[in-house]
Design a protein around this ligand. Structure first.
Ligand SMILES: [Zn+2]
Length: 272
């Protein structure tokens, strides 16, 4: 890496300020780090608001978590950051925050896996919901490891969001993209529901990544998920897989009718 430690400190301070000002964290929450070289990592201190950090507040640690500088103590999530750098040599920065909409999805137990917005599909792919783990312990990041190889953005159940990137701004911008997507999804849900893109369009966007210089490998978690279902089933319309696409609305209708009948029967029984 060619950036000096001071330059990296200034970038973390700036990203911390944006994180706080955009309301992605409250109080002293959240943590941001950057890989300095193969021996050192720079990380935000514990107990300091990300909105008001000074370059000298940042803490230098080695890959075993030993603090190399005098002054503040590192974030309690330092081991998660170090583990990510070990597992992903291409990653040079990690951001963790609690943005309202993304965290809302994580608390509601909902992922943002469906293919909806072209920009998000290109940059992030499907965003997995990672099982809850107690903050400050190994349990916190163990569930992340399952998705770490292929994904750069994660929702942490009952906690918040995590993004990783090639540099500090890249990791932070993924946090912005994730929160923006969560906000849009939330609004769309209020307006009647999220419509996903057909699989063919998603495929084209994935192939376009090379053109945009995006190295991401994250695919669509719904299309490629354990059920092997296609996103277009959720949309209920497709130009090519009409069979599959038509199946779901019919099933939904049958299920809904069955449900209404069950509920009506139960109510009538009670009244009788
Ligand atoms: Zn947190």
């Amino acid at each position: 890496m060619t950036k000096s430690i001071y330059q990296l400190k200034k970038e973390i301070v700036e990203v911390g300020r944006r994180t706080y000002e955009r309301g992605y964290v409250a109080s002293n929450d959240g943590n941001i780090s950057a890989r300095v070289d193969d021996k050192k990592v720079l990380i935000t201190p514990t107990g300091v608001s990300k909105g008001y950090m000074k370059p000298e507040d940042l803490v230098l640690v080695d890959y075993d978590g030993h603090v190399l500088t005098q002054g503040k103590r590192p974030s309690s999530e330092v081991f998660m950051h170090l583990r990510i750098y070990k597992e992903r040599p291409d990653v040079n920065s990690v951001c963790h925050a609690h943005p309202i909409h993304a965290t809302g999805y994580a608390v509601a137990g909902l992922s943002l896996e469906k293919c909806v917005l072209p920009e998000v599909i290109i940059v992030l792919g499907g965003i997995p919901l990672v099982d809850y783990g107690e903050p400050g312990t190994d349990d916190f990041f163990e569930p992340v490891l399952k998705f770490l190889k292929d994904h750069d953005a994660f929702l942490l159940a009952n906690h918040g969001a995590l993004t990783i990137g090639s540099d500090i701004l890249n990791a932070y911008h993924k946090m912005e993209t994730l929160e923006h997507f969560a906000h849009i999804s939330f609004v769309a849900q209020q307006l009647g529901g999220v419509k996903v893109l057909p699989k063919e369009d998603v495929q084209r966007l994935m192939e376009a990544r090379a053109r945009y210089g995006v190295p991401s490998t994250a695919g669509c978690l719904v299309c490629e998920g354990p059920g092997g279902e296609s996103c277009e089933i959720y949309q209920g319309a497709s130009a090519t897989s009409n069979e599959k696409a038509n199946l779901k609305p019919q099933l939904e209708q049958v299920d809904r009718e069955a449900l209404i009948k069950t509920v009506t029967d139960a109510v009538l029984k009670k009244l009788a």
